[in-house]
Design a protein. Structure first.
Lengths: 277, 448
């Protein structure tokens, strides 16, 4: 009798496990990730990353671990055959239970395998959840780091913005100064242009005066050169005339010397003739 | 005196002797014998030339040693063959231009002539410019080129050791200043010169000269540059003389100089200058050995009557029969060779059948455009023409001669030019002392 009771308890436990497993039938990871809606029958299903930072997620994983101790118990061993009766009743009961056990072995064995598969699935799911949890923690840390970096960047951007503002104001001041300078330069330029125009006019007049002076000097030089050339020509004329006169004198002297010599020769010849006679 | 052994020219800072003597002797002065005015035989400037002139034989060959610009060109009036040699190429050209028959550039100790080439070897103011080391070589060359019966004549600057420092006693600065004056690097006493010549020639005669007679210019030079002690008031008097007064002074000095020679008076040594005559033959008289001055008054042939062809035109510039009076200054190379005239200049000449006178004239007178220069031309006192020069340059003037003048002249003519005014070319320049009163320069005076 006690053995029967024990079988019933086992059956109840199994039934309870089966129900629980069925009611908590684990969805595929892809489904869970794609479908972010929480399932009423699967409270331990992973949530979206946005929900991961929820602090109750660790507790859910811890619950799954506790469940896994139960499922593992159900998986790796069957409950012993027990009976709350005593004596023959208890033996009968245990015998019956053994018979039933043997008779339902085809079923229980299948159930055990199913349980084992469910256990393994749960365990893998828990590991996956743990991994996700770790990834979430890492992502959170990274996000926090990114947030800090973002804050730093934001601060930098803020400082840059303020600096840009300062520079913009400086630029505006500079622009204003340049504009003022431009105005002043324009006035200066106008003044310089007026001066240049005046200078140009002066230069023109000076150039004209210089041109006139140069032309006058050129004229004077030309006249002087003409005078010099005339003077030289005069001088040459007189020199040539002098040379001509000297040449004439030389030829006259030569002619006279020749005549004198001829006369002397004639006289000598006459003397010789006289001596011969 | 112990002559220093190094070159005194170099010690005195004279690197180029030829250039040094070119600057001393080459000028625009005309020494051509054809332009020589007979009256200048009395000018003290020509006293040395006249000594040589009266000592060379007509028609002989003469070598002028260190001819310079041609101071002996007058010898051509004696019909000599005149050769010149000098270290300066410009002097050689100048002497040739002044009528030398041939001139050569050469060192006097290396004469470019064969042995026994000349009847006379003459030098004036040369031996005192020859370095002591070279003197004997020069005299050896003189003896070599002189014919055995030749005579050598020299006018030599001297020194007086008692009155003047020897070269080796002078400081470098004193030596530089002394040599720079005239280039005297070989001054010796009269006796030292004579002794040197005696080593080469048998007969040597010498006479100290210029102890009494110097030109006004030489008086001042000896006082100012050589420090000879003349009286200050006398020097001041000389400094104050005008050109014509200086000429009168020089003429008087020259006249006395010639008379001393003519009278054969021996002067005491002065340490200034010596005439030296040397030969291997027995020497003739020291002065006037071959005196014949007829050439100074007539040039060869031109004294003879001209033939018909020649009588067409006669140039008076170089005609010895023509007399240019003292209104004319000595000729200058302007060019051409022309005579500057004072305010009035006269030319006396003989001619038959005079119909035209032509001449070229010019002036350098300033401000001619503002104040033209008036000129008048007279022939035998009759005015032929009057004209005004209003521009510089040469003017060819042709003046016809009236027949009445020609017929009444008897062949004797006096051409007279009168200028309205004169000017002094460089009156403010003390160095030149050229205070001549000039009006016009005239040349190519041709009579037909």
């Amino acid at each position: 009798m006690s053995e029967i009771i024990a079988d019933e308890e086992v059956e109840n436990i199994l039934a309870e496990i089966r129900d629980r497993v069925r009611s908590q039938g684990l969805p595929s990871v892809s489904e869970s990730t794609e479908d972010n809606e929480p399932s009423g029958h699967a409270p331990l299903a992973p949530r979206s990353l946005e929900q991961a930072p929820n602090p109750s997620a660790n507790e859910v994983v811890a619950g799954i671990d506790s469940y896994l101790t139960v499922t593992s118990r159900a998986w790796d061993r069957l409950p012993p055959l027990v009976s709350n009766r005593s004596g023959s009743m208890a033996r009968i009961e245990l015998w019956v239970k053994r018979q039933i056990k043997r008779a339902t072995h085809w079923f229980t064995w299948e159930q055990i395998n199913f349980n084992a598969a469910a256990h393994h699935a749960l365990r893998d799911t828990a590991e996956a959840l743990n991994a996700n949890q770790h990834a979430l923690v890492a992502a959170r840390a990274e996000t926090e780091a990114l947030g800090a970096e973002t804050d730093t960047l934001r601060a930098e951007i803020e400082s840059l913005r303020s600096e840009t503002g300062a520079q913009r104001s400086l630029l505006q001041e500079t622009q204003a100064a340049v504009k003022a300078q431009g105005v002043a330069s324009k006035a200066d330029f106008a003044q310089v242009r007026a001066q240049v125009n005046a200078r140009q006019a002066d230069d023109e007049s000076q150039r004209a005066a210089q041109r006139n002076e140069m032309e006058a000097r050129l004229g004077a030089i030309t006249r002087e050169m003409r005078d010099r050339i005339e003077h030289l020509q005069d001088e040459q004329r007189v020199c040539f005339k002098q040379l001509s006169l000297e040449a004439t004198e030389a030829s006259v002297l030569e002619d006279r010397a020749r005549r004198h010599t001829e006369k002397v020769i004639e006289e000598l010849r006459a003397c010789l003739d006289q001596e011969k006679q | 005196m112990s002559p220093p052994k190094d070159n005194l020219y170099q010690r005195a800072g004279i690197d180029n002797e030829a250039e040094f003597y070119r600057t001393k002797f080459v000028s625009d002065e005309v020494l051509d014998g054809r332009y020589f005015k007979a009256l200048d035989r009395f000018d003290i400037r020509f006293a040395r030339t006249m000594w040589v002139y009266d000592n060379v034989r007509a028609g002989s060959s003469v070598l002028d040693l260190g001819c310079g610009a041609g101071m002996l060109a007058l010898l051509k009036r004696k019909g000599v063959t005149l050769t010149g040699v000098d270290i300066s190429d410009e002097c050689v050209i100048s002497a040739r231009r002044n009528g030398y028959d041939a001139t050569y550039q050469a060192k006097l100790s290396q004469l470019p002539f064969p042995d026994a080439s000349f009847d006379y070897v003459v030098s004036l103011d040369v031996i005192g410019h020859i370095d002591f080391e070279e003197k004997d070589a020069v005299l050896a060359e003189v003896k070599r080129v002189l014919r055995p019966d030749g005579v050598t004549l020299h006018g030599i600057e001297c020194t007086d050791h008692s009155a003047r420092k020897n070269y080796d006693e002078m400081t470098p600065e004193e030596l530089r200043r002394f040599v720079e004056i005239d280039g005297h690097v070989g001054l010796e006493t009269e006796e030292e010169h004579a002794a040197r010549f005696r080593r080469f020639f048998t007969n040597v005669a010498w006479e100290p000269r210029y102890a009494l007679n110097l030109s006004s210019e030489e008086f001042l030079k000896q006082a100012d540059q050589y420090g000879l002690p003349f009286e200050d008031d006398f020097l001041d008097y000389l400094r104050g003389l005008s050109h014509s007064e200086r000429r009168a002074f020089d003429m008087a000095m020259g006249y006395v100089f010639n008379k001393i020679s003519d009278l054969n008076l021996r002067l005491p040594k002065s340490g200034l200058y010596v005439f030296l005559k040397a030969a291997d033959v027995s020497p003739g008289p020291f002065y006037n050995e071959h005196r014949d001055r007829s050439g100074l008054f007539s040039s060869d042939g031109l004294s003879e009557p001209a033939s018909d062809a020649e009588s067409e035109a006669t140039c008076l510039d170089r005609n010895a029969q023509v007399t240019f009076d003292d209104g004319w200054y000595e000729p200058n190379v302007l060019p051409p060779i022309a005579r500057w005239m004072n305010r009035v200049g006269r030319v006396r000449f003989r001619s038959t059948g005079l119909s035209e006178i032509s001449l070229d004239l010019s002036t350098h007178m300033p401000n001619l455009a503002d104040e033209p220069l008036g000129l008048e031309l007279f022939l035998n006192g009759t005015r032929l023409c009057a004209l005004s020069l209003y521009r510089h340059g040469w003017l060819e003037l042709r003046v016809p001669v009236p027949e009445t003048l020609d017929s009444t002249s008897g062949g004797e003519f006096e051409l007279e030019l009168r200028a309205e005014r004169t000017w002094q070319p460089r009156p403010a320049k003390d160095e030149s002392r050229d205070d001549r009163e000039l009006s016009v320069a005239v040349c190519n005076i041709v009579v037909k």
